[in-house]
Design a binder for this molecule. Structure first.
Ligand SMILES: NC(=O)c1ccc[n+]([C@@H]2O[C@H](COP(=O)([O-])OP(=O)(O)OC[C@H]3O[C@@H](n4cnc5c(N)ncnc54)[C@H](O)[C@@H]3O)[C@@H](O)[C@H]2O)c1
Ligand SMILES: O=C(O)[C@H](O)COP(=O)(O)O
Length: 530
């Protein structure tokens, strides 16, 4: 039974699939302190959070069984990603579920600041009928600068066009062509600061974006600009903003997010007549909360059940077209890595992976992660290595990973070859997916074979002499080890050869040692693939 802890308020409807799952039990304990989480996290396999819970290295250290941290939302700045990666904890988010909701909140804030809605409301409900103090501005024909043209920024730009705004967009990944397609103008930060009437930020908070709008930008800013931040506190320098508003450079600002949340009671935004605020409500709609909780619950279930998943934040995303090609090879790749690791003696120094055929056409890094996981799992334990930390663990142990690609495939449409170089030897195994047969090992060292990569296998290297197969069979049989399948590979009659036996159950170590002592046998190894 997998145990899931929900430590922030997350939509009940959204996590229903977890609650309904027969192999999962869910505990909802919102509002726990770090110490309280440390005390209980040890029994959980998954932790579900929004932005309130700070998932620290200390919590992850205590989470001995923790496989996944699921963020029901976009920003993962409350999660120590580095610590998660080092510990092999997968961090996933729900990047799409709250895009529209946050975009709409951005417009709510933009229009509220343009028309002084919160200030006017307060006066009106206070009994004052003040129609003079709140002269607003239209959005129509104004220039809107959008910093960060990702999911939310792009939706904001799309809707701003309906208001008749001219849009300047800045994003390191925005090209002239894409900007033209969207009917906006590609701009620099400086262009936006000098020319926009409204500016809205939609970047993550990174060392690069922290205070990307600060005194230097306010000094050259178009007078009368209105600024919205529904992304992350700290992208706009709060102190510098207050000064710019007081100097009349900025006409008004609308902030949903703060450098420190919740802000201190004496935070200058809270009493400033030209700055309006909401308490990080960007994603707070019924629809968004259901969406993100559904998305994250679905992926958490996949991860707990060891099924393919998406939206891992601490490993590179796999585009859908690449995933389609690679996914069928993930299990095979891991098994090849595990097989070659079990057959190789000595300390692993280098993993050489060769991809040929169609596989060579795409970014194979995700598949290399699975192969590396297979190699390392044999030495470090399957529970210690996963696709998130496999490359990190290899690097930490100075295991070099070399990837070669050849577009031409000789005998198979696609072939994955894994060679392990250790302190003692170099061994190779290759596999493919055969239509109608599934994953097969088709080469061991330089011998062609056809072996299903599963169950208990015995790999024997011997000299091709009459009677040897019988002797091996008799010895195993007398020890109650039944042979289910057998493959023999040789290059020359009477020369060196290999034998791969699939046996119904694992043989005792002593039996394998006895097999290795038979005449004309060079080595015998048991290989177990799950
Ligand atoms: N207020 C809320 O409740 C709320 C809700 C959802 C998202 N968010 C926040 O909104 C932000 C945007 O979310 P998203 O889903 O659109 O993310 P996204 O990843 O789709 O888009 C972010 C964009 O920022 C760009 N970017 C990165 N560095 C940049 C830089 N230095 N200058 C300009 N652009 C840069 C990226 O290239 C990317 O296109 C995030 O910070 C997210 O955490 C807030
Ligand atoms: O990054 C996000 O998804 C938003 O900031 C929403 O955060 P929340 O889930 O705490 O509302």
């Amino acid at each position: 039974m997998f145990k899931v802890l929900v430590s922030d308020p997350i939509s009940d409807l959204g996590i229903q699939q977890l609650v309904d799952a027969a192999d999962v039990s869910v505990d909802k304990k919102p509002g726990l302190s770090e110490d309280e989480l440390v005390a209980i996290i040890g029994e959980y396999d998954a932790l579900l959070v929004r932005s309130q819970t700070r998932v620290t290295a200390r919590i992850m250290d205590a989470g001995k069984q923790l496989k996944v941290v699921g963020r029901a939302g976009v920003g993962v700045d409350n999660i120590d990603l580095e610590a998660a990666t080092q510990r092999g904890i997968i961090v996933i988010n729900a990047p799409d579920g709250n895009t529209i909701t946050t975009c709409e909140h951005t417009f709510a804030m933009m229009m509220a600041v343009a028309r002084h809605i919160p200030q006017a409301y307060l006066k009106t409900v206070g009994g004052e009928w003040d129609r003079k103090s709140f002269l607003g501005v239209e959005l129509r024909n104004k220039t809107l600068g959008v910093m960060g043209m990702g999911r939310i920024g792009s939706e904001v730009a799309k809707r701003a066009k309906a208001f008749g705004m001219n849009i300047l967009g800045y994003d390191p990944f925005l090209t002239e062509e894409r900007a033209a397609e969207m009917g906006i103008k590609l701009a620099s930060v400086d262009d936006i600061v000098r020319n926009a009437d409204f500016m809205t930020v939609h970047t993550p908070l990174t060392p690069e974006t922290r205070h990307m709008i600060s005194s230097k930008q306010f000094e050259v800013m178009k007078k009368g600009m209105r600024i919205v931040n529904c992304a992350r506190g700290g992208i706009i320098d709060e102190q510098a903003l207050v000064e710019a508003v007081d100097q009349g450079i900025v006409a008004g600002a609308a902030f949903d997010v703060f450098e420190v949340e919740p802000p201190a009671a004496d935070h200058p935004f809270l009493t400033h007549p030209k700055i309006i605020v909401t308490p990080h409500l960007g994603a707070s709609t019924v629809e968004a909360q259901e969406n993100v909780a559904i998305d994250v619950s679905e992926q958490v279930l996949h991860i707990l059940r060891d099924e393919p998943f998406i939206n891992a934040v601490n490993m590179p995303p796999i585009p859908a077209n690449v995933r389609k090609i690679l996914q069928p090879y993930f299990t095979l790749g891991e098994k090849l890595g595990n097989f070659v690791s079990q057959m190789t003696d000595g300390a692993v120094k280098e993993i050489v992976v060769s991809y040929s055929g169609d596989l060579a056409e795409v970014d194979t890094q995700p598949l290399t992660r699975y192969i590396t996981r297979g190699v390392l799992a044999h030495h470090l334990g399957a529970d210690q290595v996963n696709v998130v930390n496999s490359m990190h663990l290899a690097k930490e142990r100075s295991v070099n990973i070399v990837v070669n690609k050849t577009h031409v495939a000789k005998d198979f449409t696609n072939l994955v070859t894994v060679t392990l170089r250790s302190s003692k030897e170099e061994r190779t195994v290759a596999g493919t997916l055969l239509t109608g047969y599934g994953p097969r090992i088709v080469q061991i060292d330089s011998y062609p074979v056809d072996v299903a990569p599963e169950g208990n296998l015995i790999l024997i290297s011997h000299n091709d002499k009459p009677g040897i197969i019988g002797r091996v069979g008799t010895l195993l049989g007398s020890n109650d080890v039944n042979i289910a399948a057998m493959q023999v590979g040789r290059k020359l009659v009477g020369g060196a050869a290999i034998m791969v036996l699939t046996v119904d159950k694992g043989a005792a170590k002593s039996v394998i040692e006895e097999v290795a002592q038979l005449s004309d046998l060079n080595s015998a190894k048991e290989i177990h693939l799950v």
